[in-house]
Design a protein around this ligand. Structure first.
Ligand SMILES: [Zn+2]
Length: 226
């Protein structure tokens, strides 16, 4: 705990929390840090406590929030990139080993986030990372979130996905303009489906997300539990 600053520079500000809620179309909870930002400063990835304040274990420590990137990742998923990656994981021991290290890095980073949040042990998700790690790819959003949060080299397949979405997003440009509703009220009611990235469902998935039309891209993002 001594290595965690009491007032870390990536702690979310009130403005960050508002932006996250607008990006996701629902109020965010239990955000511990902003783990990656656009060059303009807006959040790209939120680090969430491993146990939510309502008691629910939360495995998706690094949650990708920027709509431009989440949509681009959904396109990659719809185009079959995960199946291709899964084939390579079974055929390439070196890649499989690097992916297993990404899993370990994910767990270590979650431990740090949990310590900062004062969450305490979360035995329900001990050894369980996210996104299908350590042996499968089930949600590219998780891998991209990890790569953006921990930097290049942390997750080889997250790095590949970021490279593959460069047609729609690159780190050197701001894509925030018009990407979410900045004019209306900040979402204060949870009307989202909780589909993407394994966010625990508390209200079901019947309602469409506010800021994005329900379409194949969002549908492709459903039900990725880990
Ligand atoms: Zn921006």
């Amino acid at each position: 705990m001594t290595d965690i600053p009491s007032n870390p520079s990536d702690a979310p500000t009130a403005a960050d929390l508002e932006t996250l809620s607008r990006q996701l179309g629902r109020p965010v909870r239990d955000v511990v840090a902003i783990s990656a930002r656009c060059i303009c400063g807006n959040p790209l990835v939120a680090a969430t406590a491993p146990r939510l304040s309502n008691g629910t274990p939360f495995p998706t420590t690094f949650y990708l929030t920027h709509p431009v990137i989440t949509s681009a990742v959904s396109r990659l998923e719809a185009a079959g990139l995960m199946a291709e990656m899964n084939e390579r994981l079974t055929a390439d021991p070196e890649l499989a080993a690097a992916y297993r290290r990404a899993h370990e890095a994910y767990l270590a980073a979650r431990g740090e986030v949990g310590r900062r949040a004062g969450t305490g042990p979360v035995p329900e998700i001990d050894g369980v990372s996210a996104g299908g790690m350590p042996s499968r790819v089930k949600c590219l959003h998780v891998l991209v979130g990890q790569s953006l949060a921990l930097g290049p080299g942390a997750n080889p397949l997250g790095d590949e996905a970021i490279e593959a979405l460069s047609e729609w997003w690159t780190a050197d440009r701001c894509y925030c303009g018009g990407a979410w509703d900045t004019a209306g009220a900040v979402p204060d009611q949870d009307l989202s489906r909780h589909g993407p990235q394994g966010l625990p469902s508390m209200t079901g998935r019947a309602s469409p997300q506010r800021n994005r039309p329900a379409g194949p891209e969002n549908a492709a993002n459903e039900g990725r539990a880990q």
